[in-house]
Design a protein. Structure first.
Length: 321
């Protein structure tokens, strides 16, 4: 509430006992080093700007953007054309609403016959706090204030190592109040006594925001096209009931990689659809996890945070999804 708080029974899917709290940025940097040691080429700082196609319409690869374009749109003295990267299978992992993936949605009608995707915005800050207030491993999740009952949102506060905490607020983008500012709501949230007790006397050392696709299983598009596949948040694998999508994104990438290796070992030269990726996905714990949480967001969108939350409590705690 605005001035206080009360504890709700933790839904089983939000239990974090036995997990580790780490920096995903540090993990990705470490994984990049492991990949390069295996001979994988990584091009940080070069965004894919164009999808390339074979004459038969299958995906050929991607091209990076041209560099050194002047403000008049013409090549400057330091112009450098983009690179074409050709592949037997191209994996699209652009995150929520990837620009190239939206092109694939239209060209191959990947979203026909499925629920629309739903979105939220997550605002996050990294703080260094007073060592006396630091509790490594502590996780705090909240619902309710500062957003009203007609707007769904929730917060997270993770105590990392080195006296650092990550604090953030997620606001569902279905809010009806046109004057609502998620950023300003986040500033109010940090002044709540429950949160302020950890942050007071500390300092913010970094911050950011990102969109979240949270429609879940009901909103997953077709996963493959000739010569390409979608993974992670490009596909929409975030588990909104857990408010977590890194583990699901990683698993979808592993399934796609295994399917490609299997296809190449079988002598398939690419340009076809990775149907074995789709089959592996449907037989995995990832599909089962998304299936069990498929009604979570839908209940909140239809009935609101309070009634929808009650339905979700029944769905998750009594019926197990």
């Amino acid at each position: 509430t605005e001035s206080g708080s009360f504890k709700l029974p933790t839904p089983p899917q939000m239990s974090n006992h036995g997990n580790y709290i780490i920096s995903l940025g540090n993990l990705c940097r470490w994984l990049g080093e492991q990949a390069e040691a295996l001979g994988v080429e990584i091009y940080p700082g070069f965004a894919a700007a164009e999808v390339l196609y074979h004459e038969d319409g299958s995906v050929k690869g991607v091209a990076t953007g041209d560099l050194g374009i002047g403000k008049d749109g013409q090549p400057g003295h330091n112009f450098q054309p983009g690179m074409e990267l050709h592949a037997r299978q191209t994996i699209f992992a652009e995150g929520c609403r990837g620009s190239l993936t939206k092109e694939l949605f239209g060209k191959f009608n990947l979203r026909d016959g499925i629920d629309p995707q739903t979105y939220g915005i997550g605002i996050k800050e990294l703080w260094e706090i007073d060592p006396a207030k630091h509790q490594p491993g502590l996780i705090v999740h909240t619902v309710g204030w500062p957003v009203d009952s007609a707007t769904y949102g929730g917060s997270f506060l993770y105590h990392l190592e080195n006296n650092q905490v990550v604090v953030g607020l997620i606001v569902d983008l279905s809010y009806s109040n046109p004057f609502l500012s998620p950023f300003d709501e986040f500033q109010r949230y940090k002044h709540h006594p429950v949160i302020r007790q950890y942050l007071e006397g500390g300092k913010r050392i970094s911050y950011g925001a990102r969109a979240i696709c949270k429609g879940g299983l009901n909103s997953l598009p077709k996963m493959v096209v000739p010569g390409a596949a979608l993974i992670g948040c490009d596909l929409g694998t975030l588990n909104f009931a857990k408010i977590k999508g890194s583990h699901t994104a990683m698993k979808s990438g592993m399934l796609a990689a295994e399917a490609i290796a299997e296809a190449l070992a079988a002598g398939r030269e690419g340009g076809d659809e990775l149907t074995n990726y789709v089959d592996a996905f449907k037989g995995s714990w990832l599909y089962d996890e998304l299936f069990r949480s498929r009604n979570f967001g839908a209940a909140i969108h239809k009935y609101g945070a309070i009634i929808g939350g009650g339905i979700n409590w029944l769905d998750q705690n009594v019926f197990g999804g």
